[in-house]
Design a binder for this molecule. Structure first.
Ligand code: PMM
Length: 284
C-alpha cells in the first residue's frame, strides 16, 4: 500500500524535514484518538470537561497508540447548537497546550477559524474541520500558519443536518464536494489536505453504508473515516448506548482500513491499534 503523508510548514512531532516543509509519513491506517472537552457530545459528553481528565485521557490515547490526538470543544451531535468561540477556545486551549508540550501530534476539531487560530497558537498541528471550510476564513488561517487541514463533508449544520438528508447520488455528491474543498484549500496555500466523507453529518444509515462501500473514494488525498460509536452503528446492531458500539465501530473501521483509508477516528484506541496490527499482518 502507498504511504500516507501529512505536510506542514512547521515541525510535526514524529515527522521529518521535507524540503522547506515537514512531513509525517505512515503506511496502513493509523488512529486519530478523540478527546471531547464538552458536556454534551453524544459519545463521551461530560467525561472530559475538566482540563486534568481531558489531558490525562489524551495522554492515554497516545500511549495506546494513537498517531493523532483530536481535541474538540463543541459537540457536533445532531441537534447541537454552537457554544460560541470563546467557550470553545477556553475548553480546548489548555488541553492542546499540555498535549503539545508532551510532544504529541495534536489536531483541533473545530468549524471556526477563530478557534483554529487560537488552537494553532497553542501548538495544534492539524485542523480537523467537519464543516469542510464553511467558515470563509478557515482556509486562510490554515494557509498562513502552514497547517494541514481535514476537510469533512457535512450537509447543513449540526442543528439541522439530520432533518431528512437527501441526495441523488451520495457518493458522487460527497466526493465532488470534497474535491472542491481540497482544491480551494490548496489554492489558498494550505500545505496539505485530508478528506473525510463525514459519516452521520447529514446522512442516513443507508448514506453512511453507501460511502463506506464506495471506499476507496476517487480522490487523491488521504482519507479519514469516523464511524466511532455513531447512531448508524447502533441502528445496525441494536447497541443503544454509544459506549456499547465499539465492536461495531471496529468492524466498519477495519473495512475502511483494508480499503486504504489513512486515519480512523476512534474513541477506543487500544482495540483499534490491536486490530489494525493484525490487519497489517494479513494484507499487503
Ligand atoms: N465525527 C465527530 C466529530 N469530529 N471529525 C472527523 N474528521 N470525522 C468525523 O466523523 C467526526 C469528527 C462526531 O463524533 P464525536 O462527538 O464522538 O466526537
Amino acid at each position: 500500500m502507498a504511504p500516507h503523508r501529512i505536510t506542514a510548514a512547521r515541525p510535526l512531532p514524529g515527522g521529518e524535514p521535507d524540503g522547506d516543509r515537514w512531513s509525517v509519513t505512515w503506511t496502513g491506517a493509523a488512529v486519530m484518538g478523540v478527546v471531547n472537552v464538552t458536556p454534551d457530545s453524544f459519545s463521551d459528553g461530560g467525561r472530559f470537561l475538566e482540563i486534568g481528565p481531558a489531558v490525562a485521557h489524551g495522554r492515554q490515547l497516545a500511549a495506546d497508540g494513537a498517531l493523532v490526538v483530536d481535541v474538540g470543544g463543541e459537540s457536533t451531535r445532531p441537534g447541537a447548537q454552537p457554544v460560541g468561540v470563546t467557550t470553545e477556545i477556553d475548553r480546548v486551549r489548555p488541553v492542546i497546550t499540555a498535549l503539545v508540550a508532551d510532544g504529541l501530534l495534536v489536531s483541533v476539531d473545530t468549524r471556526w477559524a477563530e478557534v483554529a487560530t487560537a488552537a494553532i497558537a497553542a501548538g495544534a498541528h492539524i485542523v480537523n474541520d467537519v464543516s469542510g471550510l464553511a467558515d470563509p476564513d478557515m482556509a486562510a488561517v490554515c494557509a498562513t500558519s502552514g497547517t494541514p487541514v481535514v476537510i469533512g463533508h457535512m450537509r447543513g449544520t449540526p442543528a439541522t443536518m439530520q432533518l431528512d438528508p437527501t441526495y441523488d447520488d451520495v457518493v458522487a455528491e460527497v466526493t465532488a464536494a470534497l474535491r472542491e474543498g481540497a482544491t480551494r484549500a490548496l489554492a489558498a496555500g494550505v500545505p496539505s489536505v485530508l478528506v473525510d466523507p463525514g459519516l452521520g453529518f447529514g446522512k442516513t444509515t443507508e448514506h453512511n453504508l453507501a460511502l463506506l462501500r464506495a471506499l476507496p473514494l476517487a480522490i487523491e488525498h488521504p482519507v479519514v473515516i469516523g464511524a466511532s460509536r455513531k447512531g448508524f452503528i447502533g441502528r445496525l446492531t441494536g447497541a443503544t448506548t454509544p459506549a456499547e458500539r465499539d465492536a461495531g465501530t471496529l468492524a466498519a473501521h477495519l473495512v475502511a482500513a483494508e480499503r486504504g483509508v489513512a486515519l480512523v477516528r476512534a474513541h477506543d484506541v487500544a482495540s483499534h491499534v490491536q486490530a489494525l496490527a493484525v490487519l497489517a499482518a494479513l494484507v499487503d
